[in-house]
Write a protein that binds this ligand. Structure first.
Ligand SMILES: *Cc1c(COP(=O)(O)O)cnc(C)c1O
Length: 426
């Protein structure tokens, strides 16, 4: 399809992956609340189990409501396929499971969601997988860290929590030179603001718990296969290139080509490690995604206005929002996410740690929660919560210094959001 005849983003957000239910005519995608599916006959069952035919077996591996969601996310991100799982953390876990063997390492940019920093530094170490931290603002800082046991590069497009825009094309060039895939966590930007695959990413991850679902009511994660990486070229990715004993010697990359990564995450990682998403959560997230473009537009408009208000406020020492012309990330924002800089950002209070705690306690409209990407405006003081397990050095590197407040601007009337911040700062 040409650019003009291909459906636009808002159309895909509503229609991709969804058809009227073939048996009932139901227009909204039903919640297929079942664990298992009846096989036509024993031969059909054998083919499904042997990966010779696609179809439903058991909801730990796939489910029709989940399937609609997966098609929709793949269409919005421009990927070949996707796999929905129980949470954003499960998406990262299954992605690395398909790539890593014990004793190997990957490069991670040092501006990441605090939960991923913990996951990489602690839980992954018990699998003998090792994160090597590079400067998120300088892709070339990764080069000296890469060796023959380095299997991937992991970055966030719009980094949590500090409103940092990473140079995806710069990171993609380093990954390409090293012959390893670039994994981009696109949770904070969503495909409405940025499509990392267009800039060279090989795999895109989301916590759909955030903007994709958008209403703060359902956990979910997704792995999008960009279809671009050659998993067989180097021999470094045996799970994809070597025969699988449990599937009669099938080689996943050779058999499934440009969607082999999504298949590997499903038929090996999800099947064996088990973090399946519930059909109900898929339904909630599917419904939320229908309004993703509208919500993101309003989130960004409101966030821009709030950032401008804070920048001129006397109690505020700094604001880190890439939509502000004063931001060092403004030029990259114009390049990678010209429609807006997202709605999660940080600012610093002149009164430091104490003022941060006091502000949070004085807010009325804002909710004090660990979540973000909700219709509601949310706030948190990362140093005493999400990033509290990190050392002071790691906190500062991750953009969560003691004076820092993180806000996720909702889609309420912006005058009410600003009024609440104003009274709380007083
Ligand atoms: C929340 C979040 C995650 C983790 O997702 P969960 O759904 O909470 O497991 C990963 N990356 C980013 C950027 C996030 O904001």
């Amino acid at each position: 399809m040409s650019e003009e005849t291909a459906p636009g983003f808002a159309t895909l957000a509503i229609h991709a992956g969804a058809q009227p239910d073939p048996t009932t005519g139901a227009r909204a995608t039903p919640i297929y609340q079942t664990t298992a599916y009846v096989f036509n006959d024993t031969e059909h069952a054998a083919k499904l189990f042997g990966l010779q035919e696609f179809g439903n077996i058991y909801t730990r591996i796939m489910n029709p409501t989940q399937g609609a969601l997966e098609e929709r996310v793949a269409a919005l991100e421009g990927g070949t396929a996707s796999l929905a799982v129980a949470s954003g953390h499960a998406a990262a876990m299954l992605t690395f499971h398909a790539i890593m063997s014990p004793g190997e390492n990957f490069i991670a940019a040092d501006k990441l969601y605090g939960g991923n920093i913990n996951q990489f530094n602690h839980s992954f170490k018990s699998f003998d997988w090792h994160a090597r931290w590079a400067d998120a603002l300088d892709p070339s800082s990764a080069k000296a860290l890469i060796d023959d046991k380095t299997k991937a590069i992991y970055i966030e497009s719009l980094a949590n929590p500090g409103g940092v825009i990473t140079d995806i094309e710069g990171w993609a060039a380093v990954a390409k030179e090293a012959g390893i895939p670039l994994i981009v966590d696109n949770t904070m930007a969503t495909p409405y603001l940025c499509k990392p695959i267009d800039h060279g990413a090989d795999i895109v991850l989301h916590s759909m718990t955030k903007f994709m679902g958008g209403h703060g009511n359902s956990m979910g994660g997704v792995i999008v296969d960009g279809g671009s990486f050659d998993w067989s070229a180097s021999g470094k990715y045996p799970m994809l290139s070597e025969p699988r004993p449990e599937y009669n010697g099938v080689k996943l990359h050779e058999t499934f080509g440009n969607f082999a990564f999504a298949i590997a995450c499903r038929v090996l990682g999800l099947r064996d490690l088990g973090p399946a998403i519930s059909p109900f959560n898929c339904f909630q997230i599917l419904t939320g995604m229908e309004t993703l473009p509208l919500r993101m537009e309003r989130h960004c408009q409101n966030a821009q206005a709030v950032a401008e208000f804070l920048e001129s406020h006397e109690a505020v020492s700094w604001v880190s929002y890439a939509g502000l012309e004063s931001s060092p990330h403004h030029a990259l924002q114009q390049k990678y996410m010209p429609k807006g800089a997202g709605s999660v950002f940080t600012f610093g209070l002149k009164g430091g740690y104490e003022a941060g705690v006091k502000l949070i306690e004085s807010m009325k409209l804002f909710s004090h929660v660990a979540n973000l990407g909700d219709t509601r405006s949310l706030a948190i003081h990362p140093a005493s919560t999400t990033h509290s397990q990190l050392t002071d050095e790691q906190k500062i590197a991750a953009g969560a210094a003691p004076d820092t407040v993180r806000i996720s601007i909702g889609i309420e009337d912006v005058k009410d959001i600003i009024a609440d911040l104003d009274q709380a700062m007083k």
